[in-house]
Ligand binder design. Structure first.
Ligand code: DLL
Length: 441
């Protein structure tokens, strides 16, 4: 029997697999036809591959469709993949972009409703109820974290505290004064809040928090235990990406052995990132998603670049949705630093635009649960003198240019020419010391 307060939408979340796959097939046929009829970019991709909507009769035909990559989304910027009239859209979100071109995702009201349902499912799976006070300290704005969990909390009927990120003293004051019971933020920010509470003399039992919904960046089981101990909560993982909607594409249930993918809205596949071949369940590879009922920004076989494993093993929570493991790294060079997606190409673009040669090294670490982000940059011979006059000002100027492009502040270190070791093969641009903590960067 289905206990309904365990699920936000029990009928969908516990649908028998056969029924679910039938639903997916019906929706896929419609979504492909809709995309083909409304988006020239997809029509061209499909024509190029020699596949028509008539070839897609069920989910078994999914592999016939072409892949879509982040580069396609950039190329089609801003309206090239929009599948409906702009007047039907009610929202835009965006990822951080490379070389100035962001990926923008559009939403109709139905798209927002579906997204918020997915986030409400995540909250309920973690034990959230309408009686909770849900403090949302993911960033609000173009980033989807704030809006997504905010919408999910509303939908559930919890009291929503739209804090956005930062201003930790104020976060703590509201948490204490307004008795927050659910905390939504990146795991590194949760850890930082935990440490600050400790520094301020609070014990875990002094707050009313009981649940944490943490995601948007890789984190480890050790970090989970640390956060749980410091905040006195149970911490749940949540996964998502802007292109598909935002947080809530997948979420953890009480069993916490992977995240259930909302399969009534998204089909997941695992492929070999080199050959594109579809891999069997349980094999590690790149996660690919197809949306099933999006109106404004549908995606067919979108390559996430996240390396992952799927499992259909029965879950004791009763949900039938497939589970994805925590992402185990990326098949591209994207880094996630303090929850923000950063590509080396963005850094290169800023260097070139500001008169530097692209000789640089990015050093990322996690110290006291907060990401550190340093960029070593070589100066050109003609700009360099042994007397470091004006270097600090130059570092500051480059730092602001980086902040404008990336959305976060790196520490810039201008170095003498030729001081960064040259490599004979691929340049080693990224030194990610977080790997020593077991973080899958
Ligand atoms: O990070 C959406 C989100 C917001 C998810 C809040 C969860 C909570 P993007 O900025 O587009 O969207 O970044 C998407 O972040 O492809 C993964 O590489 C990574 N990512 C997201 N969630 C997790 C997670 C949001 N739980 C990219 N664990 C994805 C590890 C994650 N990596």
């Amino acid at each position: 029997m289905i206990v309904s307060n365990k699920y936000f939408q029990p009928q969908q979340e516990t649908m028998p697999l056969e029924e679910l796959q039938k639903l997916q097939s019906e929706k896929l046929v419609k979504q492909v036809r809709y995309v083909y009829d409304n988006v020239k970019y997809y029509r061209d991709l499909m024509d190029e591959k020699g596949v028509t909507p008539d070839d897609i009769k069920s989910i078994d035909d999914l592999h016939k469709l072409p892949f879509v990559k982040k580069d396609d989304l950039r190329e089609a910027y801003p309206y090239g993949l929009l599948a409906t009239d702009l007047k039907n859209c009610v929202r835009i979100h965006s990822t951080s972009g490379t070389t100035g071109k962001r990926v923008v995702a559009f939403y109709t009201q139905n798209d927002v409703d579906m997204w918020e349902d997915c986030c409400a499912r995540a909250l309920v799976a973690a034990g959230g109820t309408p009686d909770d006070v849900c403090q949302v300290c993911y960033g609000y704005g173009l980033f989807t974290g704030g809006a997504g969990l905010h919408g999910g909390s509303h939908r559930l009927g919890s009291l929503t505290l739209p804090m956005s990120s930062g201003n930790t003293d104020r976060q703590i004051q509201f948490m204490m004064d307004l008795n927050s019971t659910i905390l939504c933020c990146t795991p590194s920010y949760a850890a930082y809040i935990g440490e600050t509470l400790k520094e301020q003399g609070y014990k875990p039992e002094d707050n009313k928090l009981r649940i944490g919904i943490f995601g948007a960046e890789p984190w480890t089981e050790e970090m989970r235990r640390d956060i749980e101990k410091n905040l006195g909560i149970k911490a749940y993982d949540i996964y998502g990406l802007t292109e598909l909607s935002g947080p809530g594409v997948a979420f953890e249930c009480e069993e916490q052995r992977g995240m259930h993918i909302n399969e009534d809205h998204f089909i997941a596949e695992i492929i070999d990132p080199n050959t594109g071949e579809v891999l069997p369940e349980g094999t590690k590879g790149e996660l690919v998603f197809t949306s099933l009922d999006k109106e404004a920004f549908p995606l067919l076989r979108y390559r996430t670049r996240d390396i992952c494993v799927l499992s259909r093993e029965k879950c004791s929570c009763g949900r039938t949705f497939v589970r994805m493991a925590k992402p185990m790294g990326r098949s591209d060079d994207m880094m996630i630093i303090r929850g923000v997606n950063v590509f080396p190409s963005q850094i290169e673009a800023v260097l070139l635009n500001n008169g530097y040669a692209p000789n640089y090294q990015i050093i990322v670490d996690r110290i006291n649960n907060t990401d550190t982000f340093d960029i070593n940059v070589e100066m050109k011979e003609e700009d360099f003198s042994d007397i470091p006059v004006g270097i600090t000002n130059k570092e500051k100027a480059l730092q602001s240019a980086m902040k404008a492009m990336l959305g976060i502040n790196p520490k810039i270190h201008l170095l003498a020419p030729k001081s960064i070791e040259r490599s004979e093969g691929k340049a080693v641009r990224i030194i990610d010391k977080r790997k020593r903590l077991g973080i899958n960067t």
